[in-house]
Write a protein that binds this ligand. Structure first.
Ligand code: GRF
Length: 222
């Protein structure tokens, strides 16, 4: 079992899926707090579930280092073992990351290292790639550059818009992110410390094959 704090900025569909999996006994975790940098639908959902929430806003006038320190202090009060970024739209700096070395993970809607940063599905469509997907990775001070922990892929459909692609990628995220958290909670995946060799996985994780149902449907259409 792993205690997680979830950082959000938006609708929180990933947060909902994590909580659904926990409730179904399929994710060995406990959400100890939900933290946002802005007013977000995800906070309302957490509050309905009696999960403690807090907002640490960042305005243009705020000093970024100080905001990182404040955020780290607020998150640390929940005593999480792992910090999960689920649609958190800010880049975290060293003052935050140093408080949780190796223990901050993020889900990103592309197969990293391709298409880091904003609008990843639009970048993928623009580049004309045939395969895309999502990545769960450890967070470092770069933009989507940390160690890759797990990925799930799908075929990009001809003529698909970036919104349609993102919606299908999110279906993969909704399975992969709770799964990675579950691996951590079951000691199948040890996030380790980047300063001493990084993460380790068991055979159980190595043998995981993402669900290719979405691709099969496409293939049957020819
Ligand atoms: C997800 O697509 C995630 O990959 C990206 O932001 C989106 C968040 O969606 N980082 P939600 O708020 O969990 O619905």
């Amino acid at each position: 079992m792993v205690d997680i704090a979830v950082l959000v900025s938006g609708t929180g569909t990933n947060l909902k899926k994590i909580i659904e999996r926990i409730d179904a006994g399929q994710c060995a975790a406990r959400v100890v707090g939900v933290v946002s940098d802005r007013k977000a639908a995800a906070l309302d959902f957490a509050q309905e579930r009696s999960i403690p929430t807090v907002t640490v806003p960042l305005t243009k006038r705020d000093d970024r280092t100080r905001w990182n320190e404040q955020l780290a202090t607020v998150v640390a009060e929940y005593r999480p073992e792992v910090v999960v970024l689920a649609g958190f739209m800010r880049v975290l700096g060293v003052p935050f990351l140093n408080r949780f070395p190796g223990r901050v993970i993020n889900v990103h809607p592309s197969l990293l290292p391709a298409f880091p940063g904003k609008d990843a599905p639009a970048q993928a469509i623009e580049a004309g790639v045939r395969i895309s997907g999502c990545t769960v990775h450890q967070v470092d001070e770069g933009v989507d550059t940390g160690a890759i922990l797990a990925q799930a892929a799908l075929s990009v459909r001809k003529g698909e818009t970036s919104l349609e692609l993102h919606a299908r990628i999110q279906q993969l995220e909704h399975d992969l992110l709770p799964r990675v958290i579950d691996w951590v909670g079951r000691n199948e995946l040890d996030l380790g410390d980047p300063r001493s060799g990084g993460w380790h996985e068991t055979d159980h994780v190595l043998n995981y094959r993402p669900n290719y149902r979405l691709n099969h449907r496409l293939n049957h259409r020819g």
